[in-house]
Design a protein around this ligand. Structure first.
Ligand SMILES: Nc1ncnc2c1ncn2[C@@H]1O[C@H](COP(=O)(O)OP(=O)(O)OP(=O)(O)O)[C@@H](O)[C@H]1O
Length: 290
């Protein structure tokens, strides 16, 4: 089951500080959405609104056509997985799984056992005695096994080592294939996780500055390299993200779709056209002006 998400003119204020500004977007659901932004951009603020942890200051949130705040029907179908403080959590891993099974209608106990096994989590250990990475693996296990129509992972990998993160990514893709839902992943590990995303949203200082399909985005930028004058001439009408020059050779990153004709022209002029990564785009789109 997948739920669509509709956000219209959404704002969130913390007293006199505006964390989210007049944000609007639509997620049709059934996909993996990557949510990117610099520190303090507003990712957790947005996700906590979607998860009904907070009420918007202004604007409308609709999940499956309904406002989620204090709406038990919607809240049971949205899971928000984030780095919780488990220092006082004396419940055993086993007990946490049992609570999830009681509360979440789509919970798959067999799949949870499988994940506990591959993450090597001890069922009989109290949660506050687990290492940080193990606590994250438990969170991810609950997030995946609950199979909620909207599942939100807010930097859920924190503390996990690289092999454990790999297991998480692999399981996420495999389970999404079997049981498509609306998954939102907020992350700073852009180059490590970009292949997971169907669509990408970038937030900067409380504004949504980009929402694109990952495939479109990947073809939307390019690096143009060659002799400085020729490069300057070629990119003069394009949106330029950054440039580097070494002697007479220059490389400019541009944002925007290059047509077949553009590419032919570049080739004729002896210019190299290379891809740019989502990480490059992200860095340049959210760079502070000097
Ligand atoms: N409870 C709060 N009271 C006041 N300001 C807050 C509160 N929570 C967040 N903020 C502010 O709102 C802005 C957005 O914070 P948020 O946690 O949503 O950012 P983020 O994109 O998740 O950042 P990070 O990547 O560092 O986790 C920041 O300037 C932050 O200081």
């Amino acid at each position: 089951m997948t739920f669509a998400i509709d956000i219209r003119n959404l704002s969130l204020n913390y007293n006199d500080f505006t964390a989210l500004k007049d944000m609007s977007f639509h997620l049709e659901g059934g996909k993996i959405y990557g949510l990117l932004g610099r520190n303090g951009a507003g990712k957790t603020s947005l996700l906590s609104l979607l998860s009904s942890f907070r009420k918007p200051s202004d604007g409308i949130i609709k999940i499956a056509g309904e406002a989620p705040f204090e709406n038990a029907n919607i809240m049971a179908n949205v899971a928000f997985i984030y780095e919780k403080d488990y220092s006082d959590e004396t419940e055993k891993v086993k007990g946490m799984l049992e609570s999830a099974e009681r509360y979440r209608p789509n919970y798959d106990a067999e799949y949870a056992d499988y994940l506990i096994n591959i993450f090597k989590l001890p069922l009989e250990k109290p949660v506050n005695k687990l290492s940080k990475g193990m606590q994250s693996a438990l969170n991810v296990t609950l997030g995946l096994a609950c199979r909620t129509p909207v599942t939100i992972f807010d930097e859920a990998y924190l503390g996990m080592d690289a092999p454990t993160r790999e297991i998480f990514y692999k399981e996420l893709l495999a389970d999404q294939e079997r049981h498509p839902r609306t998954i939102i992943l907020s992350t700073h590990l852009v180059s490590e996780m970009d292949y997971l995303f169907d669509e990408v949203l970038i937030i900067d200082k409380g504004n949504l500055i980009l929402h694109e399909e990952y495939e479109t985005l990947a073809s939307k930028g390019a690096s143009i390299t060659g002799s400085a004058n020729t490069v300057d001439d070629f990119v003069s009408i394009m949106t330029q993200l950054s440039e580097q020059q070494l002697g007479g050779t220059k490389s400019v990153m541009v944002f925007g779709y290059l047509t077949e004709e553009n590419r032919r022209e570049a080739k004729q002029k002896g210019l190299d056209v290379g891809p740019i990564s989502l990480q490059d785009l992200f860095i340049h789109l959210t760079r502070e002006e000097d």
